[in-house]
Design a protein around this ligand. Structure first.
Ligand code: NAD
Ligand code: TYD
Length: 360
């Protein structure tokens, strides 16, 4: 049996902490807590270890390079660190990449989540009754599992039906179902968060907002898919991180929590907002001249929107940023961190840009 953990031994284990949301979560966590965090990440193309350079020597931070699909490695890490909770971010996360290569998504998102849950189950069973009662597993997921909405449909909520449309959302739906099954079958204290589109510092420039910012700065085309009237509900990343912390501390095992920003917006408006902010902070050019319309994404979901009233009512969470404040902070971050951007634009990145955009 694992040793009962004392206050001084409390720590959490995060997977995917070198990615966009995971890295923001680790930085916010260490800024707000004394509690230690171990970050388990395979360092795929989406990871940038430089992102966490500021905490690399912090005694409360540890890093382990490992694959969530490796059951022995996950078991060994849980035993080594004896965390009181797991927050699972690691995933393949980009819809366009899932269209080009769906099986990587099935492997990491379905098999990886299943493997981590299975390792966590063995660990959780080995804990003392008190530690097992306090243990939590938060599975971080997306609103995309619910499919697409019509223009006047009510927003997604915790009762929405799963109707995933892309290989990415289908693989995340599979992972959500496994998380649910581990609660219902084994009683493991698992909670799932389904969040809308995030944006903010340290997002890999393959997603809409960072791609448009870095292309605009570089004088490159700003490729809007189709008519650009697809709607997403945008949430600033630190608000997603605060929602996950609330769910971790006060959420009920076995439940879903939807997280959103109350900021529905068509892609065209998002891109025009970025162009205006760049014109304000780096004047001298009309960035809208770089906008191009390219062939639409196959199976492109038209609208996502989130009703987060459960999280607001039960856990007193609401976003601190609105879209106007969050997007300005984000544009400024990319303007001030051009070195970070250069460091992630490797040969692999350039190959991806060619694959996704050249034939459009
Ligand atoms: P990301 O692609 O930026 O980062 C993913 C991280 O996981 C990377 O550091 C990568 O190295 C790591 N990883 C990938 N495969 C791994 C494996 N097999 N083993 C260990 N580590 C592995 O993703 P993100 O945007 O930060 O998203 C994090 C989580 O949040 C994902 O589960 C995603 O589905 C979910 N989510 C994302 C958004 C969004 O807008 N980005 C919205 C809602 C939910
Ligand atoms: P993305 O950031 O890939 O997130 P998701 O597909 O998970 O919502 O895309 C956000 C929206 O922006 C989506 O409707 C697709 C669109 N988009 C473009 O129009 N052009 C682009 O180059 C990219 C990457 C996305």
């Amino acid at each position: 049996m694992q040793q009962p953990r004392t206050e001084s031994h409390r720590m959490i284990l995060v997977t995917g902490g070198c990615g966009f949301i995971g890295s923001n979560f680790v930085l916010d966590w260490l800024a707000a807590h004394d509690e230690a965090v171990v970050n388990v990440d395979l360092l795929t193309y989406a990871a940038n270890p430089d992102t966490l350079a500021s905490v690399a020597n912090d005694p409360r931070y540890a890093f382990e390079r490992a694959d969530v699909c490796d059951l022995d490695a996950m078991r060994a890490l849980l035993k080594k660190y004896a965390p009181r909770a797991v927050v699972h971010f690691a995933a393949e996360s980009h819809v366009d990449r899932s269209i080009h290569g769906p099986l990587d998504f099935v492997r990491t998102n379905v098999l990886g989540t299943g493997t981590l849950l299975e390792a966590a189950r063995g660990y959780w069973k080995s804990l003392s009754a008190q530690a097992a009662g306090e243990f939590r597993f938060v599975h971080v997921s997306t609103d995309e599992v619910f499919g697409t909405l019509g223009p006047t449909d009510p927003k997604f909520d915790e009762h929405s039906q799963y109707q995933p449309n892309s290989p990415y959302s289908a693989s995340k739906a599979g992972s959500d179902h496994l998380a649910r099954a581990y609660f219902h079958t084994y009683g493991m204290p698992v909670m799932v968060t389904n969040c809308s589109n995030n944006y903010g510092p340290r997002q890999f420039p393959e997603k809409l907002i960072p791609l448009m910012i870095v292309n605009a700065i570089a004088g490159k085309p700003l490729p809007i898919y189709g008519d650009g009237m697809q709607i997403r509900d945008w949430l600033y990343v630190s608000d997603h991180c605060s929602a996950i912390r609330r769910v971790l501390e006060g959420g009920n095992p076995g439940e879903l929590y939807l997280v959103g920003g109350d900021a529905e917006m068509p892609n065209r408006d998002v891109v025009h907002t970025i162009c205006s902010l760049l014109a304000k902070h780096r004047p001298g050019r009309d960035y809208t001249q770089q906008i191009t319309h390219v062939t639409d994404r196959p199976g492109h979901d038209r609208r996502y929107a989130i009703d987060f009233s459960k999280l607001q009512r039960e856990l007193a969470w609401k976003p601190a940023e609105n879209f106007a404040s969050g997007i300005e902070k984000t544009v400024l971050w990319y303007l001030q961190n051009e070195q970070w951007v250069a460091s992630v634009q490797s040969g692999d990145y350039r190959k991806w840009v060619e694959t996704n955009y050249q034939q459009r």
